[in-house]
Design a protein around this ligand. Structure first.
Ligand SMILES: Cc1cc2nc3c(=O)[nH]c(=O)nc-3n(C[C@H](O)[C@H](O)[C@H](O)COP(=O)(O)O)c2cc1C
Length: 226
């Protein structure tokens, strides 16, 4: 089963010292109590219990018919229910150094021509180094790559120092052991509010023939394991 109803394995925050509070990817937000007994109960051992009943997180939050503005933590809680895989978007910058960020918001877009898209926060210093090069690589992460995901999802510092990676001939950076890699030329960049919608023209691919994905759901990492 993708994500068990009763126990979701948590990585990130404590295990890797990765604090998503206040970041773009703190799904629940700093002021949102996810510890209510009717929602999820931290077990102190890296898991939370989720009651088997019908009550969900959404039932406690936004009344979207009330006409009031949608609060940030409500928005995060709702969109965080969309489970996704995780990728690393990375390239050699103009100095020849690896630059990259963890990116949940990846999607295939078009088959003819082959296009993908990623949504990049406008404040990303990594993207500011990637964009001028005109190309990037997307590495689709495998289940055993949570630490890599957290390391490259942090802002600043030497993100690649302790990670196995290599650069392709065209300057895309690939994470070793990824399920697949996709080399892109930046095609167009569109306004997406506080993000950029970056469309990449696919120039090359590698695909591993086995392996399970690293997943992201309600602000936590998980795996496809039952
Ligand atoms: C699980 C996870 C998913 C993320 N997904 C995205 C994303 O889709 N788009 C984005 O711009 N940043 C995303 N981030 C945040 C960036 O990876 C991070 O903010 C970025 O590295 C900013 O640091 P920088 O300034 O060094 O680029 C994600 C972070 C994590 C941990």
């Amino acid at each position: 089963m993708l994500l068990p109803e009763k126990a979701l394995t948590l990585f990130g925050r404590d295990a890797f010292g990765f604090d998503v509070s206040g970041s773009d990817f703190d799904v629940f937000g700093p002021d949102f109590d996810v510890s209510g007994p009717d929602v999820m109960t931290p077990q102190g051992n890296g898991t939370v219990s989720i009651p088997a009943g019908e009550e969900t997180l959404m039932s406690r939050i936004a009344d979207l018919d009330s006409g009031r503005a949608i609060r940030e933590h409500e928005f995060r809680a709702a969109v965080g229910c969309y489970a996704s895989g995780l990728t690393v978007v990375a390239a050699l910058d103009e100095m020849g150094n690896p630059a990259g960020l963890t990116c949940q918001s990846f999607s295939s877009l078009s088959l003819e021509p082959p296009l993908i898209l990623v949504c990049i926060g406008r404040r990303s210093s990594s993207w500011a180094r990637i964009e001028p090069t005109g190309r990037f690589g997307v590495s689709i992460l495998a289940e055993e790559q949570q630490e890599i995901c957290a390391a490259i999802g942090r802002s600043g510092g030497d993100k690649f120092g302790s990670i196995d990676w290599h650069a392709s001939a065209d300057g895309a950076v690939h994470i070793e052991g990824a399920l697949a890699t996709i080399n892109c030329r930046i095609s167009t960049i569109h306004d997406g509010g506080d993000h950029l919608v970056v469309i990449g023209e696919v120039m090359g691919l590698t695909v591993r023939d086995a392996g399970a994905p690293l997943l992201y759901f309600r602000g936590n990492f998980g795996t496809g394991a039952s």
